[in-house]
Ligand binder design. Structure first.
Ligand SMILES: [Zn+2]
Length: 885
């Protein structure tokens, strides 16, 4: 093919479009001549564009004058922008080079990803500002603090922009644009840039998701055609296999984690955000390849009511600049449709509750180097060009509106203080249940957002905690605690609620306390107050044995490590009181008993091992003084059941919901340090299932496996093992003949719709995007060992429930009769959910199937129900057959 002589995808749109059209006809000889002539003109055109600095500067932006001696991005990168996808190391080195070459920027490593990739940003400003960056930051914060307007000598309040790219790894045009944006600011020899940078600090965050980004880049680069041009959307290049690369290492969507802050990438980013409190945050994404371009404002009726109207007005005012920039390069776009500003856990909405203007950008994705779309071939270079255009328009718009943005931010925090004072009550008060780890994780989340939590006086042995309203993040505090049931619209881009306190099992109340009370209380410091070493209490050696309670979130991890070390452990199936640690204590079902006399190791070795592992986890172990209980079962009773080291397999691969699978993996890995073997369902036929005793199937997207595999899973269960089905996996198991659980779909459509134009709203109102419902559990069931409150806050996303079987003992968690706690549900749904099953235990042969229809560890932060997963693993197989249908 003649086309191979081009050897590059450059210059992008026009040439490629023509080449593709012509190459269709190139079998005809005379057209080959035409194609050849055209190619020559393309190469000529290319040379023209690559003159001066040797790269296509005009294609990407023509308005900034640059220093012609500054090395072009292709020199720093080794290839033309858009030609290849730079991997994460190349991105990082590019940033290093810019920071070395330009006095206008410094590079800062703010954290590390799960896979230990450096997470770095560029901070861009005038050189003299970079010399006093800390003073400027402090002055910026002081200027918006209603209690403190003082700045150091020579410091001023800069306009602060945070431009953040590629939170989803497979949306790389943002990163390409971020690098070119930084390059232009570094290379600029331009009065306007000097004028702007003299008063502005720009944080450029090119890759918010380093691990997902590298997964994507290594795929598309390795599938890239080198000579021929393949833009067919069916090519492997554009179709990455499961689990794709949108997510991070644990298959989490980082653009839902701005509020829960469960991952190192989010923690680093939010700390930086809170340290700088920017005026504007741009969040650059990609959408389907056949789309055009979107920028906010989003759907007006779906803006969170806590976001001030001025925020949306400023978003719209800045949008004029994006419109101009895209009009100039003939790129079609849309606003105020599809995407919304509702869930505060997203990058473009999180800032909106904190005096900052968050803006979402969505570029149609080439998802590779050049892909055919309904609008013609879309090149990677074009997508970079468009994101670069809106990076600059964000800067231009913010600069033109700098006075309004600064006034808005200052007024916002004054208004927050007034609102906090006007509110009924002045603090949230809560007590914690019996799991210290949940408090620790809750305080960590609050501390990351810079929210102050105090520990008050102890009453009846229970500690109470207070979150005062009067603090700069009052709105954030509200969104963390508030339950919301009324909505201006019934359509949501994502979940309709996220009451974070409920995720940690906290039911808070609004109280009024005297200001002195807060002054007297202890401000909690996550770093010092919650280290495992601080919580751990050593215990005496005992000839009888040891007991630890199952309520600690990490207790399953402690049990697992002990079993792995060969320690024999039993679990109490009934409560008891016994003499321990020189006193008397009550223990509930689920308490773990380690008898000294039945071990193969010596008493001293057992004591030392227990001490070491319990200290790491911060778990209290009790030393037994007697072998006779004061009440309830005695330690030698058969009601203590012997435990085995579980060998766990989790099914992954195509057809499995990777977000759900990732949350399970994350739970066992990050929190419990318990290994689970991940096996893709395509490989399941080659694995000996008898090597395992627990199989977990995470929620599915139309999973289908061959009959012989389904048969092997049926035998696996009936041979006496445990199958745990999460979410849609119950539906799959039913259709595969593995389970008899019945699924009741909730109503999904209106009886009638008045007009064609009402269809989307009328049908959409039946979606269950995500809400919090109340359920009641039987705490004596092994699936609820470790819990002391039978009321559960369940995160529900499915438009179906498990049908309540005749044997109600087999449904140990049922929805309450008035189930909705927070979030949106169609008015017909509460009655349909009411008193149906959220969980079921099923008996097949000698084995058990545990159905967990609502993901217990939703998005890795729904801590309050996560323990159920461990209970299913360790105790699911022991459930009495009379309590399983
Ligand atoms: Zn995205």
């Amino acid at each position: 093919m003649f086309i191979s002589s081009l050897g590059s995808y450059f210059p992008p749109s026009k040439c490629i479009q023509m080449i593709l059209i012509l190459s269709h006809f190139s079998a005809v000889f005379r057209l080959r001549i035409l194609l050849f002539t055209f190619l020559l003109s393309c190469i000529f055109f290319q040379n023209q564009l690559y003159s001066q600095q040797g790269w296509d500067r005009e294609y990407f932006d023509s308005s900034i004058t640059v220093d012609e001696t500054f090395p072009g991005p292709h020199k720093l990168m080794g290839f033309q922008p858009g030609e290849w996808h730079p991997n994460h190391i190349q991105v990082d080195l590019f940033m290093d080079r810019l920071a070395e070459l330009s006095p206008r920027m410094v590079k800062k490593e703010i954290g590390r990803s799960h896979e230990n990739r450096p997470y770095s940003v560029l901070i861009v400003s005038a050189p003299e500002n970079l010399d006093q960056l800390e003073e400027l930051r402090e002055c910026h914060l002081a200027s918006i603090d209603p209690n403190n307007f003082s700045c150091a000598d020579g410091a001023f309040n800069p306009l602060v922009l945070y431009q953040a790219y590629t939170s989803h790894g497979n949306e790389p045009s943002g990163t390409g644009a971020a690098l070119l944006y930084a390059w232009f600011l570094a290379a600029a020899n331009d009065e306007w840039v000097d004028e702007v940078l003299a008063e502005t600090v720009i944080i450029i965050d090119p890759v918010m998701n380093p691990d997902g980004y590298d997964r994507f880049v290594s795929w598309v680069n390795s599938k890239r055609w080198l000579n021929a041009q393949v833009s067919d959307p069916n090519d492997d290049e554009f179709n990455q296999p499961w689990p794709g690369s949108r997510t991070n290492h644990f298959w989490f969507d980082l653009n839902r984690d701005w509020l829960p802050v469960q991952h190192p990438e989010s923690i680093a980013k939010i700390r930086l955000f809170q340290a700088w409190k920017p005026n504007v945050l741009g969040d650059y994404h990609e959408m389907g390849s056949n789309a055009t371009y979107f920028f906010q404002p989003g759907v007006p009726s779906r803006t969170n009511p806590m976001t001030p109207q001025i925020n949306q007005d400023l978003t719209a005012a800045i949008a004029e600049f994006h419109a101009n920039a895209l009009d100039e390069i003939s790129v079609p776009y849309y606003t105020k449709e599809r995407f919304d500003d509702y869930y505060y856990g997203k990058g473009s909405t999180y800032p909106d509750i904190q005096g900052c203007v968050g803006i979402l950008f969505e570029q149609a994705s080439s998802r590779g180097h050049v892909q055919e779309t309904i609008h013609g071939p879309l090149t990677f270079a074009e997508t970079i060009r468009n994101q670069l255009a809106t990076s600059f328009s964000t800067l231009r718009g913010s600069w033109e509106l700098r006075t309004e943005l600064r006034d808005y931010q200052q007024n916002f925090f004054q208004e927050v203080r007034k609102e906090a004072r006007r509110a009924s009550g002045n603090a949230y008060r809560f007590e914690m249940g019996n799991d210290p780890y949940l408090l620790q994780e809750f305080i960590r989340m609050m501390a990351t957002h810079d929210i102050k939590v105090y520990q008050g006086d102890e009453k009846d042995g229970k500690k109470a905690y207070y979150v005062p309203f009067e603090q700069t993040r009052y709105y954030l505090v509200r969104t963390i605690f508030e339950k919301v049931k009324e909505f201006p619209d019934s359509l949501f881009y994502d979940v309709s609620t996220w009451t974070m306190s409920l995720a940690f099992g906290i039911d808070a109340e609004v109280v009024t306390v005297s200001p002195n009370f807060i002054n007297r209380s202890t401000l909690l410091d996550y770093n010092t107050d919650f280290s495992p070493a601080n919580q751990y209490q050593p215990f005496e050696k005992s000839v009888i044995g040891y007991i630890f309670e199952w309520n600690h979130f990490l207790a399953p991890g402690l049990l697992y490590e002990l079993l792995r070390e060969g320690v024999k452990a039993k679990v109490a199936f009934s409560p008891f009181s016994i003499k321990v640690d020189g006193g008397e204590s009550d223990f509930s079902e689920g308490s773990i008993l380690i008898l000294s006399g039945i071990q193969t190791m010596s008493e001293a070795e057992l004591h030392q091992l227990l001490n070491e592992i319990a200290a790491k986890k911060g778990i209290k172990v009790h030393s037994m003084d007697r072998g006779l209980s004061i009440s309830g079962i005695d330690p030698g009773s058969p009601t203590f059941r012997m435990l085995n080291l579980p060998k766990i397999l989790m099914v992954t691969g195509s057809g499995i919901n990777s977000n759900n699978a990732g949350a399970i993996w994350y739970y066992f890995d990050r929190h419990l340090h318990i290994p689970i073997t991940k096996v893709s369902n395509e490989r399941l036929g080659r694995v000996n299932l008898s090597d395992y005793d627990v199989i977990i199937v995470p929620s599915t997207w139309g999973l289908s496996m061959p009959d012989n595999i389904n048969e092997r899973i049926r035998s696996f269960v009936s041979d006496g093992n445990t199958l745990i089905l999460e979410g849609e996996a119950s539906r799959w198991a039913n259709s595969a003949g593995i389970s008899r659980a019945q699924i009741n779909n909730l109503s999904s459509r209106p009886d009638e719709v008045a007009a064609y134009g009402d269809i989307a709203a009328a049908f959409g109102a039946y979606a269950v995007g995500g809400c919090i419902v109340k359920g009641r559990a039987d705490l004596t069931n092994p699936l609820f060992f470790g819990y002391d409150n039978d009321v559960f806050h369940i995160f529900k996303r499915k438009r179906w429930v498990l049908e309540l079987p005749e044997n109600q003992l087999s449904a140990p968690l049922q929805y309450s009769s008035d189930p909705l706690l927070s979030g949106y549900l169609h008015t017909s749904h509460p009655a349909e959910i009411s008193e149906q099953a959220s969980m079921l235990a099923e008996s097949r042969g000698r084995g058990r199937i545990i159905h967990l229809s609502d993901a217990p560890f939703f998005r890795g932060y729904w801590f309050s129900t996560a323990h159920i997963m461990s209970n299913a693993v360790f105790f699911g197989g022991m459930i009495d057959g009379r309590a399983a249908f």
